[in-house]
Ligand binder design. Structure first.
Ligand code: NAD
Length: 500
């Protein structure tokens, strides 16, 4: 049922050494207080890449204390914004210089195609830091007109110690989305990486110190959610929490934040984004983009276009072409040239995706291609396309987070708007049409944080990203992300002689 694969023989040896496996606290790599470590695994085989220091509540306490000291005593928040900006620019240069190591670590730990890591994600990683470096010295308050003899101004100040929890699907980009705006605005940070992918963040944090970041400003804790993550979310001395991951965990960390010191929380959570192909769409382009929207990064994208709605008039043609495209998708060792799809991140996700495929079959959807494991080791899954998907099937409702495309049929615009919005999620949507009125109608009617018209997954440092409904709140990237890390202080000064 699935035609293209690169034979899996011995996994290719990654072109990088793992040099940083400890926790980064107060500018130093240290063991965890408990002395415990955990293995980080190669998704191609399930073999251990390295044993990494396992941080828990005590390490979070040490890291928060270091971040607090760095914030309260400086120099970071007290440096000129221009000096902070220069640190970030030097960091961006170092990222570019070390693209090979960063990309190799990202592919090894995560399983994503090496070309994707090296040509898209690492360049985007440095781009994001240059973008935020540009903001550092352009943050300022307002002069406000008030009724009365007062001079009123606002100061935009850093919020303090930011706790940041990131997932495993884009380890470096999630690092940048969180750390970039927090540093540009003068905060200090405790970053908890995902237990599946701790390696690239440690390497990047080392480069950031080489670029001149003072000790204690960024602390990186590898470890698990219910221990290290929960300790960070509930810490009384953390002033702000930013989280990306599942909606279920988003609810937990929001509760922990509320029960402790009511720290404000920004959340970037799951999605079940509609991808709408209208009857007048350029079908070949829509097929290719819908394929990319779903299968990119092994389907492990929060904004994946995972409900492909196709107008009935072009449905059969779309199915045939989507099936042919998926059958051509090249699966194999992510270090191999030409491979488009590597393994899923871990056994848990692999099993979860396989169970959704089973559920799709049981609920009566038609498998056009794929549907099975690829190879016999590691966590590879064949690119899978389901047709005849109905809205009430689990594969049309849940976030699968894998290479499984669900294609649904629709008749008219108002119907597809209702069906697209009939979800608790609201992260993104794709629209394919050549009609301006259709595009404008859908843009306004769809309840989602990003609408891509005749394109998908266009990410840019300046474009804000975030969710409606249970896909989260707050926006990352762009100018909007700065507010997540700023306090506004109103300063009211009585005027001695208002008439003057
Ligand atoms: P998760 O939400 O459990 O993990 C994300 C981060 O939260 C990790 O760093 C994890 O250690 C941490 N975490 C987990 N439990 C925590 C807790 N109790 N307190 C504090 N932090 C905690 O996600 P997952 O288990 O890795 O993946 C599950 C599902 O989440 C996926 O199948 C997918 O649907 C979704 N997901 C979404 C994104 C996204 O970008 N929005 C990313 C990864 C996973």
């Amino acid at each position: 049922r699935y035609s293209t694969a690169v034979a899996l023989e011995e996994p290719i040896k990654p072109p990088v050494e793992v040099n940083y496996t400890k926790l980064l606290i107060n500018g130093e790599f240290v063991n965890s207080a408990s002395g415990k470590t955990f293995p980080t695994l190669d998704p191609r085989t399930g073999d251990v890449i390295a044993h990494v220091a396992e941080g828990d509540a005590e390490d979070i306490n040490r890291a928060v204390a270091a971040a607090r000291k760095a914030f309260d005593e400086g120099p970071w928040p007290k440096m000129t914004a221009y000096e902070r900006s220069r640190v970030l620019l030097r960091f961006a240069d170092l990222i570019d210089k070390h693209t090979d190591e960063l990309a190799a670590l990202e592919t090894w730990d995560n399983g994503k195609p090496h070309a994707q890591a090296a040509n898209i994600e690492v360049p985007m990683f440095s781009r994001l830091f240059r973008y935020y470096a540009g903001w550092a010295d352009k943050i300022h308050g307002l002069t406000v007109q008030a009724d009365g003899p007062y001079h009123v101004q606002t100061l935009h100040e850093p919020i303090g110690v930011a706790g940041q929890i990131i997932p495993w699907n884009f380890p470096l980009l999630m690092f940048a989305w969180k750390v970039g705006p927090a540093l540009a605005t003068g905060n200090s940070i405790v970053l908890k990486t995902a237990e599946q992918t701790p390696l690239s963040a440690l390497y990047a944090a080392k480069l950031l110190h080489e670029a001149g970041l003072p000790e204690g400003v960024l602390n990186v804790i590898s470890g698990f959610g219910p221990t290290a993550g929960a300790a960070l979310a509930s810490h009384m001395d953390v002033d702000k929490l930013a989280f990306t991951g599942s909606t279920a965990t988003g609810k937990i960390v929001t509760e922990l934040a509320g029960r402790s010191n009511l720290k404000p929380v920004t959340l970037e959570l799951g999605g079940k984004s509609p991808f709408i192909v209208c009857e007048d769409a350029n079908i070949d382009k829509a097929v290719e983009t819908a394929h990319f929207a779903l299968f990119f990064n092994q389907g492990q994208c929060c904004c994946a276009g995972s409900r492909t709605f196709v107008h009935e008039k072009v449905y059969d043609e779309f199915i045939e072409k989507s099936k042919a495209r998926a059958m051509k998708r090249v699966v194999g060792d992510p270090f191999q040239k030409g491979v488009e799809q590597g393994p899923q991140i871990d056994l848990e996700q692999f099993e979860k995706v396989m169970n959704y495929i089973k559920s799709g079959v049981e609920s009566g959807a038609t498998i056009e291609t794929g549907g099975a494991r690829f190879g016999d080791k590691g966590y590879y899954i064949q690119p899978t396309v389901f047709s005849n998907v109905q809205d009430n099937m689990l594969i049309a409702k849940d976030e699968i987070f894998g290479p499984v495309q669900s294609i649904l049929k629709f008749k008219d615009l108002s119907e597809v708007i209702k069906r697209s919005n009939a979800t608790n999620y609201g992260l993104a949507a794709g629209v394919f049409t050549q009609n301006l009125d259709t595009a404008n109608t859908l843009t306004r009617a769809l309840r989602a944080g990003t609408i891509w018209i005749n394109c998908f997954d266009v990410f840019d440092a300046a474009i804000p990203f975030g969710g409606y409904k249970m896909s989260g709140h707050g926006r990352e990237k762009g100018v909007y992300s700065l507010n997540n890390y700023l306090q506004v202080k109103a300063v009211v000064t009585s005027l001695k002689n208002p008439a003057w």
